[in-house]
Design a protein around this ligand. Structure first.
Ligand code: ADE
Ligand code: ZN
Length: 338
């Protein structure tokens, strides 16, 4: 019988919560700074990693937005995306639904088609060269006005066939989902699905707003739902997917220790929770690192891991047929490896 690390390694899985800009490794940051002749306030890769100590979400976001300043040309966005794909290929991740933050690039003068060209050509190669399928999710930055999100949606108009959904990220506290109700409605009218970060630092009320005012198809994080029994029951009965990110939660002090992580109570409550890496370059681990760290901390067994992997496909934006195919693969794997 394989140990937990081996079992996780070969388990077929999907990732549903990943910010491409959060997968920018310090090595690539240096390369791109050199390529684009941009000064960065670090002398070595180790100095960058040493700066990654955060006490809350905003602490991290300040460094995250600074890091992505090295991204300029379409080849930079290609290299960023392909770098991430190569990491998850090693994790036996077969499908990924990735976020990007166009507003953080547009405000630096990068044009929308440049960003899209780099990302989409890497995602196309990911499928061709590695068989990894993907969906792209365009996030609105919630610390900016809704008007700005509308402008971004307009810029995306010619690229809608490449974009599966809109999302909502950045500083949560003080920027409730209600601020973006109109732009999410406009996105729905254009045939886009939607997701939103909610309940990472914000209260359960923000999760209710994401459900009722944004009509989202999936919740990113959702940890604080566990404070509200009525909400827990609603998430269970509506089969709402939560894209949970254990190492992110630890690094951003959403939990004090991984031993306090709510993933097990979520599963026990019948919530469709999934494991994801969020911003792996900043939080110290990719997909399998997250599975393994939380499995060890809260004693997840193989049947929990199988449930999490199945949830990652049933909560995805793949077709019913593709989801069933992956779930059968997981069942076959579980039968032969337990
Ligand atoms: N942008 C990148 N990572 C994020 C996170 N964990 N929460 C909110 N916005 C983000
Ligand atoms: Zn996130």
């Amino acid at each position: 019988m394989p140990n937990i690390a081996e079992f996780i390694q070969k388990l077929p899985k999907a990732e549903l919560h990943l910010h491409l800009e959060g997968s920018l490794e310090p090595e690539l940051m240096f390369d791109l700074a050199r390529r684009n002749k941009i000064a960065i306030p670090f002398n070595a890769v180790e100095d960058i990693r040493a700066a990654y100590n955060f006490s809350n979400l905003q602490d991290f976001l300040d460094i995250y937005y600074q890091g992505m300043n090295v991204l300029h040309g379409k080849e930079d966005y290609y290299d960023l995306t392909m770098g991430y794909i190569k990491k998850i290929q090693q994790d036996n991740c077969l499908h990924t639904e990735v976020f990007f933050d166009p507003q953080a690039h547009l405000e630096r003068g990068i044009e929308f088609p440049v960003i899209m060209a780099g990302i989409t050509s890497a995602l196309k190669d990911a499928e061709k060269d590695f068989g990894i399928t993907s969906r792209l999710i365009m996030c609105f930055l919630r610390h900016l006005p809704e008007e700005d999100a509308f402008k971004t949606l307009k810029l995306a108009e010619n690229f809608l066939p490449h974009i599966a959904a809109v999302g909502l990220d950045s500083s949560e506290l003080g920027h409730p989902p209600s601020k973006f109700a109109r732009v999410f409605k406009a996105a729905k009218e254009r045939g886009l699905l939607s997701v939103a970060h909610a309940g990472e630092e914000g209260p359960p009320q923000y999760i209710y707003q994401a459900l009722d005012l944004l009509n989202i198809d999936r919740i990113d994080h959702g940890n604080r739902a566990m404070e509200d029994p009525v909400l827990i029951e609603r998430l269970r009965s509506e089969r709402m997917t939560l894209t949970v990110c254990p190492l992110s939660n630890l690094k951003l002090c959403v939990v004090n220790s991984l031993r306090d992580h709510p993933i097990k109570p979520m599963l026990q409550a019948g919530i469709r929770a999934t494991i994801n890496s969020d911003d792996p370059s900043y939080f110290g681990g990719y997909l399998n690192d997250n599975y393994l760290a939380v499995a060890n901390a809260v004693d997840l067994d193989k049947s929990d891991l199988v449930t999490l992997a199945k949830n990652s496909f049933s909560g995805s934006f793949l077709s019913e047929k593709e989801i069933n195919h992956h779930i059968h693969q997981i069942d076959a794997y579980a039968t032969s490896h337990t």
